[in-house]
Design a protein around this ligand. Structure first.
Ligand SMILES: Cc1cc2nc3c(=O)[nH]c(=O)nc-3n(C[C@H](O)[C@H](O)[C@H](O)COP(=O)(O)OP(=O)(O)OC[C@H]3O[C@@H](n4cnc5c(N)ncnc54)[C@H](O)[C@@H]3O)c2cc1C
Length: 565
């Protein structure tokens, strides 16, 4: 859309308030700060605002932000934002309320819980520099991340539903690398295929920012092409952290900030499981929630700024003591020497053992919420397996894209394993259907998933339904196979620490002192987060354990220094 002089029309900020004076002040403050890039429009009633929005929609305009007073006449601020959002789903929503208005506070609490508003702001909003402008800037940044994606560092040319295509896009997205995705039959895809002389067999191919083209690259090739460090300098570190999920990142932040030389090894992507969560609502200090990618990207920046070194796509494959140091063996044959180690390798999804699922992995069958696939489900039906919070979150996120989301739960009540607030959002989301007492027993399709079989656990009745995607979130197993024989583990693989270590079991605790709180049966090796037996499986708990492990590392290093001295 262009204005009369051929320049692109600015996106719109629309403010709605019945009070003429307040609306005038608000629009003048908004114009002063944002007028160069946005058109600020106003309306005093919901019907006038909606009529305006319909005209904007018809003329192909963009709406970036909607601000509504809680008590917009004719309807309510929340209802207005709901109707407006249906017209402009990418627009951010800010609900305004007057200080001291207790009923409005209740409305706001509900609206943010049920994700009917993205933020709220008190009136008066002065000083604007401290209240209005930061809130509006944050929301405009969130809008522009979706509506104005930055330059593509990587262009992925691949088939939509090929397993490796999914894997590469998932890794790029979870590691925060801006990329574009093009199928080989799209216009740009065809151009790149032609430019690089590619044939179908060469896919997936990656066209990098510097025009290099990588054909069927391994993860480590992608990391190297992006300039990531792929080898250590051969130094002995004070602490090596294995895993860059919340526990590992917290350990890295505390270790590096306290002057310890720190190396972090990560096999896949920053953020671990938390990095796959579309919205974490219960982490302290983020009342309106934060995406797992955002939270863990901030933690990475923090650790990196303090001096922690990161090696990506490096898999720890074993560890053993050697002359007062711990040697970590990597899968690629490299070794890392360290005075102490924090194991923070978390858990991975339990696999769904049903006919057809393995063959369609990445081609419609996904473990975890697979946020990169969500936009491709527009107008399609998706099925989720699982009845705990991660499945609930995934359902709510996918419902924003898919036409229908079917949440299949083996048990007879959602409340058994899911938080109340998620159940309430699910109840209010019309395109999520919950099927209790139901198991997914088959996945069908040749090149990609087309249907799944559902079986009613009470009656045994089976039903085949169309589905483009099957998301499996059915619990987890610890990622500790590589520690077999090195440290004591429970039968189910979780790492034992502190008082849980059994003196008689192998490998035996070798010292006369007792193991420290998070110390494993190998002195100087600690476990933190989900990987540890008895862990709470929460971001905050993992972060707390990562930080605590470093306190214990200090004690260990102090003792070692005295002995060495
Ligand atoms: C979809 C979803 C939503 C969630 N939502 C919430 C929520 O809202 N609130 C909440 O509190 N919790 C939530 N959780 C749980 C929370 O994410 C976890 O408790 C938390 O991430 C655990 O952190 P961690 O660091 O211990 O392990 P992880 O997050 O699992 O991280 C472990 C890391 O170690 C890496 N790794 C594994 N093996 C190796 C190896 N051999 N070598 C090198 N690296 C390795 C992995 O790739 C991974 O990056 C959610 C989980 C999921 C899956």
């Amino acid at each position: 859309m262009t204005n009369g002089r051929g320049a692109p029309r600015k996106p719109v900020i629309l403010a709605v308030d019945a009070h003429a004076a307040a609306l005038r002040d608000l629009s003048s403050d908004l114009r002063r700060r944002f007028g160069a890039d946005y058109r600020v429009l106003t309306a005093r009633t919901a019907s006038a605002a909606l009529a305006r929005l319909r005209r904007l929609q018809a003329s192909g305009d963009e709406v970036a932000l909607l601000l509504a007073d809680c008590w917009v006449p004719e309807t309510s601020g929340v209802e207005f934002l709901g109707s407006a959002h249906a017209l402009f789903p990418a627009a951010q929503r800010l609900l305004m309320f007057t200080f001291g208005d207790t009923p409005a506070a209740d409305v706001i609490r509900q609206a943010t819980t049920f994700q009917q508003a993205d933020n709220c702001l008190p009136k008066p909003w002065h000083p604007a520099e401290q209240l209005l402008y930061p809130a509006v800037s944050d929301l405009l940044a969130a809008w522009s991340r979706v509506a104005r994606p930055g330059p593509e560092v990587v262009q992925v040319i691949a088939q939509q539903w090929a397993p490796r295509s999914h894997e590469i896009r998932d890794l790029l997205s979870r590691n925060g690398v801006p990329f574009g995705f093009y199928t080989p039959d799209s216009q740009h895809g065809t151009e790149v295929m032609h430019y690089a002389g590619l044939i179908e067999d060469d896919l997936p191919a990656l066209k990098m920012f510097d025009d290099r083209v990588l054909i069927k690259p391994a993860n480590a090739d992608v990391a190297a092409a992006l300039g990531a460090r792929t080898r250590t300098d051969g130094d002995t570190y004070d602490v090596t952290v294995i895993g860059a999920g919340p526990a590992g990142l917290a350990a890295a932040v505390y270790a590096a900030s306290e002057g310890l030389s720190t190396l972090v090894l990560e096999t896949e992507a920053l953020g671990g499981q938390a990095g796959t969560s579309s919205m974490i609502r219960n982490y302290l200090g983020f009342p309106r929630g934060i995406s797992g990618t955002d939270l863990t990207a901030r933690a990475y920046e923090q650790a990196w700024t303090f001096g922690a070194e990161f090696l990506f796509f490096k898999t720890a494959a074993g560890l053993h003591p050697d002359s007062g140091r711990i040697i970590v063996d990597l899968r690629d044959g490299e070794q890392v020497a360290s005075r102490t180690v924090v194991v923070a390798t978390g858990v991975s999804y339990r696999k769904l053992a049903i006919p057809g699922a393995e063959a369609l992995l990445g081609a419609g069958v996904f473990y975890g919420a697979a946020s990169t696939e969500a936009p491709a489900l527009h107008g399609r039906q998706a099925v989720i397996v699982g009845g705990a919070n991660s499945a609930g979150q995934a359902a709510i996120h996918l419902a924003e894209h898919a036409s229908d989301v079917i949440l299949t739960v083996r048990g007879s009540r959602l409340a058994d394993r899911m938080s109340e607030y998620l159940i309430r959002v699910i109840d209010r989301t019309p395109n999520i259907r919950v099927r209790l007492n139901t198991e997914v027993t088959g996945a069908h399709g040749s090149a990609r998933l087309q249907a799944v079989t559902l079986t009613d656990r009470q009656t045994g009745t089976t039903e085949r339904i169309t589905s483009s995607a099957l998301f499996v979130l059915i619990g987890a197993i610890p990622r500790t196979d590589w520690l077999a024989g090195a440290v004591q583990r429970e039968d189910n693989g979780f790492v034992l620490t502190g008082g849980a270590i059994t003196p008689a079991a192998a490998p035996a605790w070798p010292l006369s002192r007792a193991p420290q709180l998070l110390e494993t049966s190998l002195p100087g090796v600690y476990a933190a987060g989900d990987v540890r037996h008895g862990s709470l499986k929460r971001v905050a708990a993992a972060v707390g354990e990562g930080a605590t492990a470093i306190r214990l590392v200090h004690e260990q290093l102090d003792v070692a220094t005295v002995l060495d001295g």
